[in-house]
Design a protein around this ligand. Structure first.
Ligand code: G3I
Length: 351
């Protein structure tokens, strides 16, 4: 019987022969040996992915890394599937920009995460400034979620985004203020009706560790489950500061899973609060990325990890937290930070 290495050697000779190209070219073209998504797949996760905006795609260095399936097996549109972009006028749905990303994922064989159906932010003016009765807004929420999820069939959706305050109370926004918590089951039912195969998530930040906010979300999940409202997963955004990964991350994910859900790390970045980073800081950031990925790795129902973009060049952080940043595995000049290797190590971690 052929040993594995002899078998691989025979295979590579065969492939090189068939293509008549030098060994190094053939192997790198056909068998990328490393990459973040490959590491995720080796750990039997569904993907390692990234957020993106298509305006960034004419940056060829960016696009070449993005499209490489060895690096990224999943994509989340950072903006174009949000309410302002998909229903800019009441009852008028525009999917052109979202379709650009959906078509890209289809062509490249990547998974797509829909982001998002209901969120207090980036709403169109007509919704932000309008006055609606509870029945009117209930209809508007249902119609929006249904049309969005119906248009993009077969994906995972952040149906509810950032519904809580950090103290575990519900966020005051147009939805809660008009409909109390009923907008949550309404949105989930509409999404399920639109696509029975879609995975429906509630996504939030500061729910990564055990605390008031994650407790409140667990209570909501129990309530939804007890009433048979469709809910499949919890998305842990994971916008962390270097040195600030909650020690209870894995246990917290296990507690969500114990409620009958899957979980995902949906928007990972780990920023420096002061720049530039020191070598010790970069080592800590690497360790932090590894900790987050290893926690997901240790929880079988943690399906995958998404970066909230992979290069500082397009990170949201400097715009929101001036003076902070360097949060991504690639610098703004597309040089890999130690954090990149931290992700790979995290997927290799034994559980
Ligand atoms: O489209 C306008 C453009 O016309 C204008 O010239 C420009 C000038 O500032 O602004 C553009 O809008 C920006 C928009 O992104 C689209 O690029 C907004 O200013 C900017 O605030 C907005 O930021 C987005 C942010 O959500 C809004 O809160 C980020 O790109 C996006 O990455 C970020 O993503 C969120 C997730 O959806 C939810 N979780 C947190 C995460 C980070 O904030």
């Amino acid at each position: 019987m052929l040993s594995l290495s002899k078998g691989l050697l025979a295979l590579s000779v065969l492939v090189r022969g068939a293509l008549a190209v030098p060994a190094s070219d053939a192997s790198s073209a056909l068998f990328p040996l490393s990459g973040l998504n490959l590491a995720a797949k080796s750990a039997r996760k569904l993907y390692l992915g990234t957020a993106t905006n298509s305006e960034q795609w004419n940056d060829t260095t960016y696009f070449n890394i993005l499209k490489n399936n060895a690096e990224f097996g999943q994509v989340t549109p950072a903006n174009v599937m949000k309410w302002f972009a998909t229903e800019p006028e009441e009852g008028v749905f525009t999917f052109q920009d979202g379709d650009i990303i959906a078509d890209f994922t289809k062509k490249t064989g990547k998974l797509l995460r829909g982001h998002n159906c209901v969120w207090h932010n980036q709403l169109p003016d007509w919704l932000e400034t309008g006055t609606f009765s509870a029945p009117e807004l209930a209809f508007i929420v249902s119609r929006h979620c249904f049309n969005l999820v119906n248009h993009y069939q077969g994906h995972v959706w952040d149906v509810i985004n950032e519904a809580f305050n950090d103290d575990g109370t519900f966020r005051s926004d147009i939805f809660f203020d008009t409909l109390n918590t009923t907008y949550i089951p309404l949105a989930l039912y509409a999404a399920r009706a639109a696509d029975p195969k879609a995975k429906l998530y509630i996504n939030d930040f500061n729910i990564e560790g055990i605390g008031a906010k994650s407790d409140a979300l667990k209570s909501l999940i129990k309530e939804l489950k007890s009433q048979n409202v469709p809910i499949d997963g919890v998305g842990l955004q994971s916008h962390f500061e270097v040195g600030g990964v909650p020690p209870t991350l894995q246990q917290n994910m296990e507690e969500f899973v114990a409620l009958g859900l899957e979980v995902a790390i949906t928007e990972l970045d780990i920023r420096f609060t002061a720049l530039p980073p020191t070598p010790a800081g970069l080592a800590q950031q690497k360790a932090d990325y590894e900790t987050v990925v290893a926690a997901c790795n240790a929880v079988p129902k943690c399906v995958g990890v998404t970066l909230w973009d992979f290069t500082d060049k397009y990170s949201w952080i400097p715009g929101t937290f001036p003076g902070q940043g360097d949060a991504c595995p690639w610098t703004d000049e597309f040089v890999k930070r130690p954090a990149y290797e931290g992700i790979i190590e995290g997927f290799k971690a034994h559980h």
